[in-house]
Design a protein around this ligand. Structure first.
Ligand SMILES: Cc1cc2nc3c(=O)[nH]c(=O)nc-3n(C[C@H](O)[C@H](O)[C@H](O)COP(=O)(O)OP(=O)(O)OC[C@H]3O[C@@H](n4cnc5c(N)ncnc54)[C@H](O)[C@@H]3O)c2cc1C
Length: 482
């Protein structure tokens, strides 16, 4: 048997790589973790989830201050935002989480951490700095980077991506965001709430293309009411640096050419897998249109080289990266064959209100040819929503022909957190009658989950048939009013 330096080597110290490294080391595997940046943590910690959610919270507080009157409070004289102070807070949150993702912690767990750019020299070995490291199994967990579309002039126009967004030195007066996906929409609302004038340009006819159109439109209308301008069905044609401003020329949905101007141009049109420079061509790792060709156990054509996280090109979320890390551990370290199953992969766009999803929505059910029924409940019917002043949004429950839940879409306050109950219901195959009859604390937003499930049964319980039966057996006397 070949004698390798390590049982497992991992390229990339983000959510996926850290999950594999921590699990493998704790199972007793000799583990090597390689990260090309100076610190572990990856995009989520440094340029993604953590800074964006911290910024969103700051923007939310400012929004509440601006709308103090709605809560019976005196008007607040809002000063302009000092973005330097905002980024200080972002950095302080990152610093705390960074300790959890530190080299020392991984060393304590038993994993060796190396920093630098690695490339494969054969199917089991990499060259890193001036050394060669071999491992029985390898995991490519190198994440993704912003995709930059080929817009005329983009190479000569200053623009930013999520990499620069959280370290700007001042708040832009105005911002054009190219793209209508989650990153663009979350940041559009946050910057608008902080005081920037924001315009969103999206190629397709709706924002958040993976979501049902009715839910995405309801959210978009809220964002419009807050002052964001949208150009849907609009194609960016060219861009130019005008000195203090950038110009973006678009062809709008009616075919007219329009010139938009803003201080800052944010490009957020999607992500591309980080595969360059790894030497994968030299060891004949096969590719497909999404990136690397992998099977459902996340193995490449070389069965000991696994892929996890954003670099797979499928569900680009931190929790998906963690899940895939677990699949790799099961297959590579525990030798328990396990396939990745994304049926109940949840996600959430952290706008206000949040838009969360698990399983089928109407779009996906229709595409899969599934017959479904839709049950809804509005947040304005939930007492806590009214008390909180967060009454916008609703929940949509999709049932299949056997009245089993196949998906949930939720637009509303804390929808991402509220979805947790459905994560348990769907994965645990809990009966809707159990959810509908479980006592939920009052007044909580989670009552919406019980209520939408209850809608399915209330028509059956309070039916004429039941009334007649009760009258027959127990001589109930019927209506007491009109
Ligand atoms: C603005 C923004 C907001 C987001 N918000 C959320 C959110 O709210 N919730 C959510 O679930 N997801 C969110 N995401 C997505 C989330 O950040 C990613 O899905 C997650 O980081 C993927 O983890 P990963 O380990 O695959 O990649 P990463 O976290 O990017 O880690 C990959 C690591 O590999 C390293 N690397 C790259 N090339 C090499 C190499 N050649 N050798 C060694 N190391 C290498 C990189 O430096 C990086 O550290 C957000 C993303 C962005 C951009």
């Amino acid at each position: 048997m070949a004698n390798y330096d390590f049982d497992i080597g991992i390229l990339g110290g983000g959510a996926a790589g850290l999950t594999v490294a921590s699990g493998a080391a704790q199972f007793g595997a000799k583990t090597l973790l390689v990260e090309k940046e100076k610190e572990l943590g990856g995009d989520c910690l440094h340029f993604g989830c953590v800074p964006s959610k911290t910024l969103i919270r700051t923007a939310h507080i400012r929004h509440l201050m601006k709308n103090a009157g709605k809560y019976g409070l005196p008007y607040v004289d809002l000063r302009p935002v000092d973005y330097g102070e905002v980024t200080k807070r972002i950095r302080s949150v990152i610093r705390v989480i960074q300790e959890h993702d530190s080299e020392e912690r991984f060393c304590k767990l038993g994993a060796r951490v190396e920093f630098g750019n690695a490339n494969f020299i054969d199917e089991h070995a990499i060259r890193l700095n001036s050394g060669i490291y071999s491992a029985k199994n390898w995991v490519i967990a190198t994440g993704s980077s912003p995709f930059i579309p080929a817009i005329e002039g983009i190479d000569k126009t200053p623009y930013i991506t999520n990499k620069e967004l959280f370290s700007l030195t001042s708040l832009p007066k105005s911002m054009i965001t190219i793209g209508g996906g989650p990153i663009s929409i979350e940041m559009a609302q946050a910057f608008n709430r902080l005081g920037a004038k924001v315009t969103v340009v999206e190629l397709s006819g709706q924002i958040l293309g993976a979501e049902d159109k009715d839910m995405a439109e309801q959210l978009m209308n809220i964002l419009i009411s807050e002052g964001i301008t949208f150009y849907l069905g609009s194609m960016p044609l060219s861009t130019k640096d005008l000195g203090n401003e950038r110009e973006l020329v678009i062809k709008n949905a009616e075919g007219r050419t329009i010139s938009l101007r803003a201080e800052t141009l944010l490009v957020a049109v999607g992500r591309k897998a980080n595969l360059q420079g790894l030497g994968l061509e030299d060891i004949s790792v096969e590719r497909d249109i999404k990136g690397l060709k992998i099977d459902n156990r996340l193995r490449t054509n070389h069965k000991h080289i696994y892929v996890a996280g954003d670099v797979t090109g499928s569900y680009q979320f931190t929790h998906a990266a963690g899940y895939e890390g677990g699949i790799v551990l099961s297959n590579a370290i525990l030798h328990l064959p396990k396939k990745a199953d994304y049926t109940y992969m949840p996600w959430c766009t952290y706008t206000d209100p949040e838009l969360a999803s698990i399983g089928m929505n109407e779009k996906r059910a229709a595409a899969a040819g599934i017959h479904y029924s839709v049950w809804t409940e509005e947040f304005r019917s939930i007492d806590r929503s009214l008390a909180d002043g967060d009454e916008a949004g609703r929940i949509k429950l999709l049932l299949n022909e056997k009245e089993k839940p196949i998906g949930i879409q939720m637009l509303g306050p804390r929808a991402g957190d509220l979805l947790g109950e459905w994560v348990a219901v769907m994965n645990g195959k809990v009966r809707l009658s159990t959810l509908a009859s479980s006592v939920h604390p009052y007044p909580t937003l989670a009552e919406i989950n019980k209520k939408v499930a209850g809608n399915l049964f209330s028509g059956k319980i309070f039916s004429e048939k039941v009334k007649k039966a009760l009258k027959f057996f127990f001589s109930l006397k019927g209506r007491a009013c009109g």
